[in-house]
Design a protein around this ligand. Structure first.
Ligand code: PLP
Length: 212
């Protein structure tokens, strides 16, 4: 089933949208089934889970962190994480940078933008994002590369509001991408990825639909 699900989703996404499989709540066997179909990019939302996965799964997996990251936990993932999609402050970016340099690495980062109606979802406002980029440009941050933006829409079936939230994020991405050399717009999950892709997403983070 996992193989069929991945094949179907890949076909819908086409070549220009990257699939990152969200493996939270899944067993090692389930993740290996996805791996054996050729899937290499996986994401977890918790630092401890990411560390455990790294230890038990093949070393050529590209790991993304998609959940809120506390500064004091950066050190645990800095040796191996490929992309931190949940960067929401300059301070955190600085800490990731220092940890990356200590390991002689460059860690890809996405700035998480708050697009949902919901209070509890993390992220920067568009203005905070613009300000962060300007400040980051004045610091020496050679251990991180800001590849783009990430956002989570409101958990709703309302297609119009999903479209409004994704289009808003896509507009911010278009505004910033050339000046800041960005290439990644991460938006869309199992329930809303088709709309996200229509709105310009080029990276989707899908869990439930892959493992259904
Ligand atoms: C869990 C999660 C996903 C995947 O959600 P599904 O509905 O299972 O596809 C995507 N992004 C983030 C940030 C998540 O926490």
């Amino acid at each position: 089933m996992i193989a069929e699900n991945i094949a179907r989703i890949q076909q819908e996404l086409g070549r220009n949208v990257r699939l990152v499989v969200v493996s939270k709540f899944r067993t090692t066997a389930e993740i290996m089934e996805a791996y054996n179909c050729g899937q290499r990019a996986f994401a977890e939302n918790k630092v401890q889970l990411l560390v455990d996965r790294r230890q038990t799964l093949p070393q050529d997996i590209e790991w993304h962190l998609i959940g809120h990251l506390q500064s004091n936990k950066v050190k645990y993932i800095a040796p191996f994480v490929n992309c931190i999609q949940s960067v929401d402050s300059l301070k955190l970016l600085g800490i990731i940078n220092a940890a990356a340099l200590r390991h002689g690495r460059v860690i890809d980062c996405l700035l998480q933008i708050h697009i949902a109606d919901e209070e509890h979802k993390f992220g920067l406002s568009p203005d905070e994002c613009r300000a962060l980029l300007k400040e980051a440009a004045q610091s020496d941050l050679s251990g991180v590369r800001i590849r783009g933006l990430m956002g989570m829409a409101t958990n709703t079936e309302d297609q119009d509001s999903l479209r409004r939230e994704f289009s808003g994020l896509a507009a911010l991405y278009s505004e910033l991408k050339d000046a800041w050399h960005m290439d990644t717009l991460s938006m869309g999950m199992s329930g809303d990825y088709k709309i996200a892709v229509e709105c310009g997403s080029n990276m989707v983070r899908i869990g439930s639909l892959v493992f259904a």
